[in-house]
Ligand binder design. Structure first.
Ligand SMILES: Cc1cc2nc3c(=O)[nH]c(=O)nc-3n(C[C@H](O)[C@H](O)[C@H](O)COP(=O)(O)OP(=O)(O)OC[C@H]3O[C@@H](n4cnc5c(N)ncnc54)[C@H](O)[C@@H]3O)c2cc1C
Length: 278
């Protein structure tokens, strides 16, 4: 659901087209989300074609599939050095050395650092911090059937989260790769934008956190072999969409590495390839 003030028509129309939503009356929006403030919300639109992802279940499912096919998950194994060796790569990790034919660089915000360790030119990936506040369900209501709600132009968003509500200022603050944490002032400003549109003020935060959404210069994911070395493979720059794109991205990685035909068009594969920056 998108909600906007009456004078935010241009941003609202862009969102309606971008998210493929149907405009609804404010009363219809309120029937789904009773806390919407009719004195502030002048425009609303909705769609039922989007679904929530249980991200923990998604990751556990990917890990199960990987292990079922002989893959190994090794945590606590920070890569500190990479060396090109005959027929592949050697990584020095905190859990000991590791050798392989192809190096898939899926290091998120740190993907350019891994490239530098490997002697490959970085792509100019930028981690953008985004914060999140977890608040009690407004007025103790059952929020489980509420849609995800965006302020026009993604100026904030809120969604149900295990009986509570998470509210994000939807900020994009450029930073360096690190374990991110929420900025209090950014959270407060984002919560104020949310509060403008609802009737129930935020009196307490249950928790807050932040993460990094890492983008390539053109904000398109980077999937493919580096033009300088076919044994160095990029899977990076998923931005804010790495969960929902993970099945398709993993499929493309497998097809490209296995030299199999892909369901994706050659034009799309070229648009994702790191060679586009060369
Ligand atoms: C607030 C927020 C909201 C989001 N909302 C959505 C959403 O609605 N939908 C969606 O699809 N996505 C969303 N995302 C984006 C999603 O979280 C990312 O796209 C995704 O996590 C990227 O996955 P990744 O595996 O590429 O990177 P990461 O999850 O960052 O994983 C990279 C891994 O590499 C490891 N690593 C780095 N350097 C080294 C090294 N030297 N040695 C060993 N390991 C190393 C790191 O420890 C890390 O575990 C959101 C992100 C944030 C922050």
């Amino acid at each position: 659901m998108i909600v906007a003030q009456a004078d935010q028509r241009a941003a609202f129309d862009r969102d309606v087209a971008g998210f493929a939503l149907e405009p609804v009356t404010v009363a219809e929006a309120q029937a789904r989300v009773p806390i919407l403030n009719p004195a502030a919300v002048g425009l609303a639109a909705m769609a039922d074609h989007a679904w929530d992802i249980d991200t923990d279940l998604l990751i556990q499912s990917h890990i199960r599939n990987l292990r079922a096919q002989g893959g190994v998950v090794q945590t606590g194994a920070r890569v500190g050095a990479l060396a090109r060796i005959a027929g592949g790569w050697r990584a020095e990790t905190a859990a000991g050395p590791c050798e392989g034919r192809i190096l898939v660089n899926a290091a998120g915000a740190w993907a350019d650092d891994i490239a530098t360790l490997a002697g490959i030119a970085p792509l100019g990936l930028t981690p953008l911090r985004r914060s999140m506040a977890r608040i009690p369900a407004p007025g103790g209501q059952d929020v489980s059937r509420w849609p995800m709600i965006f302020g026009a132009g993604e100026s904030w968003y809120a969604k149900p989260d295990a009986g509570a509500l998470i509210v994000s200022p939807a900020e994009e603050h450029a930073t360096t790769p690190h374990d991110a944490w929420a900025d209090d002032m950014v959270l407060a400003e984002g919560l104020a934008r949310y509060e403008e549109m609802v009737t129930t003020p935020v009196t307490r935060l249950i928790a807050n956190w932040a993460g990094l959404r890492t983008f390539a210069p053109d904000r398109v994911p980077v999937i493919g072999a580096d033009p300088s070395d076919p044994a160095f493979f990029w899977l990076a720059g998923q931005g804010g969409y790495g969960f929902q794109t993970s099945f398709a991205a993993a499929r493309l990685v497998a097809d490209l590495l296995g030299a199999r035909p892909s369901d994706l068009s050659p034009g799309l594969i070229a648009a994702l390839a790191p060679g586009r920056f060369a």
